[in-house]
Design a protein around this ligand. Structure first.
Ligand code: KIV
Ligand code: NA
Length: 265
């Protein structure tokens, strides 16, 4: 079958169908999610945290994310692959954003890009869409602004909610095909989702969005405690890997691995 397109995602919203997104950073894992029918995979700059071990997403480079994005595209057949633009690679203006997005499309062959921000990035959204690059917006808790926000905290309470709604409308009018709503009150996310024609993708935004996204290591229970309140763990990969590593080490120590079964004669 063919790849999912942004038209399929719009058709899903128009039909009232919800869909799931996961992050992916490597070919093998992406292939599993592709096979499981996840329509959209996001090569998030959350790679800074869960792959590279940084405390924030700020240190992530374009080279790092291009490399991971290329692996995810190579490992998939059906999923639409969206790459995050790292901090500092788009804020300077439309020309910089286009230059960065072009690297992701040419070197990794991703199908869309995502970057954080509201009205201040509208010129970038417009320029990329004009150039034929689908753009996903990202509002609410925008981790690249953690120092300005004063921590990883819920956004869009009170008057900020109206500003967020206005920003979402501005991103849609600039041509974005979807918008992530991260860590915002559920009633605000639902209001934004009903106001916009394009799909909303929630994370920590309640049940009223058109789609959901989770960092895959959180979803599969590989991330250590504590995980945010909005995470649901669908597996205990941490426990599975811990047991496997211990059993392997014990077998090597006792001499029960390898046996003749694993040896060349
Ligand atoms: O980097 C990321 O994984 C993200 C999602 C959580 C939306 O931006
Ligand atoms: Na991100």
């Amino acid at each position: 079958g063919r790849r999912i397109t942004i038209r399929d995602l719009q058709a899903a919203k128009d039909a009232g169908e919800r869909w799931a997104t996961l992050t992916a950073y490597d070919a093998l894992t992406a292939g599993v999610f592709d096979g499981a029918g996840i329509p959209v995979l996001l090569v998030g700059d959350s790679a800074g945290n869960v792959v590279l071990g940084h405390a924030t997403t700020l240190p992530v480079t374009v080279d790092e994310l291009v490399s991971m994005s290329a692996a995810v595209v190579r490992g998939t057949r059906r999923s639409l692959v969206v790459a995050d633009l790292p901090f500092g690679s788009y804020q300077a203006g439309p020309a910089q954003a286009l230059e960065t997005a072009a690297r992701f499309l040419k070197e990794a062959q991703v199908h869309a890009v995502k970057f954080e921000g509201g009205t201040q990035v509208v010129p970038q959204v417009h320029a990329l869409v004009e150039a034929g690059v689908p753009v996903m917006g990202h509002l609410g808790l925008t981790p690249q602004s953690v120092n300005q926000l004063g921590g990883f905290r819920v956004q869009g309470r009170g008057d900020d909610g109206e500003r967020l709604l206005d920003a979402a409308v501005a991103l849609e009018e600039a041509g974005a095909f979807a918008v992530v709503l991260e860590a915002v009150p559920a009633d605000l996310a639902e209001r934004v989702s009903k106001t916009l024609r394009i799909p909303t993708v929630g994370i920590g935004a309640g049940a009223g969005t058109d789609a959901q996204v989770l960092v895959w290591q959180d979803m599969a229970g590989l991330s250590p405690d504590p995980v945010p309140r909005f995470v649901k763990r669908y597996a205990d990969l941490r426990g599975v890997l811990d047991s496997a590593a211990r059993a392997y080490a014990a077998d090597v120590a006792s001499g029960s691995f390898p046996t003749v079964e694993q040896a060349y004669g």
